[in-house]
Design a protein around this ligand. Sequence first.
Ligand SMILES: [Ca+2]
Ligand SMILES: [Ca+2]
Length: 178
Amino acid sequence: MMALIKPKNIKLAILTVIIGCLGVNAVCKPGWKEHGSSCYKYTDNRTDWENANTYCQGLGGMLLVIESEEENEFIAEEMRNSGMPRAWLGCNDISMEGTWVCYPEGVKKMQYTNWVQGQPNNYNNQDCAAISVKNDRNGTWGDRSCNAGNDINTICETSSRVSAMSCYILGPDGRIQP
Ligand SMILES: [Ca+2]
Ligand SMILES: [Ca+2]
């Protein structure tokens, strides 16, 4: 292929050796499941809210934040399929009782909610949100002690928009190089 770049072809080569990218593909890292514009990682990690949050950040994500009924149903179905009774949500009312904020910033007011009737009740100062599919809970939420965790799984979420581009080089012969 180099033989094609003779002196008279150099200008042509410079003009045509173009690095192009065919757009951004939404892809998730291995072990993460794609849905909508997010990637989710379901883990057996059962720990308190703070440790779960740190765990997800360590994976380059954040704790699951549910922002629509559609997303809630998707997550609930995945939890049923993988035998997870409960999972943390990246939302709490630690800073101000009754004002629920969600990650990533921890200052974003909770938009969508799916509290089960009677929750959140702040029973014994519960400040962290969890989704449940246990018994008839069907993907509804409750507030729980942030220190609870032996029966609460960790689901991490990232945006799938972080991802790989398909790039190519257009060679001097005008063909896409491998
Ligand atoms: Ca509370
Ligand atoms: Ca509660």
